[in-house]
Design a protein. Structure first.
Length: 120
């Protein structure tokens, strides 16, 4: 939710791109540079502050609601930031002139065959 709120507060209405999960993941990446991210491993557990190392190793997914790890480590869900951090991060992104129009969104995964044909 914080990623969506941040996007709508930073980007003027006329400049907004159609929303997508990838766009919100990019916004969450920008947010995570300046503020702490909180999440839990399972629904019902209390949220904990994620370490900077965890955030840097992880990849935001599902519209910034999850943080996944390529090495198979358990990820985090129900991501959030503190309300008190939201205004500060919005101001920083506005001052920096961030618009997210050039955000590098992940393309759809390409499916590769599991067994490659022999080469000559």
């Amino acid at each position: 939710m914080a990623a969506a709120i941040t996007y709508f507060r930073v980007v003027e209405h006329e400049e907004r791109e159609p929303s997508s999960e990838g766009l919100l993941d990019a916004v969450a990446s920008a947010i995570s540079v300046w503020v702490s991210i909180y999440g839990n491993r399972r629904a019902g557990e209390p949220r904990v502050r994620l370490s900077d190392d965890e955030v840097s190793r992880g990849k935001f997914s599902n519209g910034a609601s999850r943080l996944r790890f390529r090495d198979g480590s358990p990820g985090y869900e129900n991501l959030a930031i503190l309300q008190s951090d939201l205004d500060a991060v919005v101001r920083r992104l506005q001052r920096a002139g961030v618009r997210f129009s050039e955000a590098a969104l992940d393309p759809a995964r390409r499916r590769l065959p599991r067994v490659l044909p022999p080469t000559a």
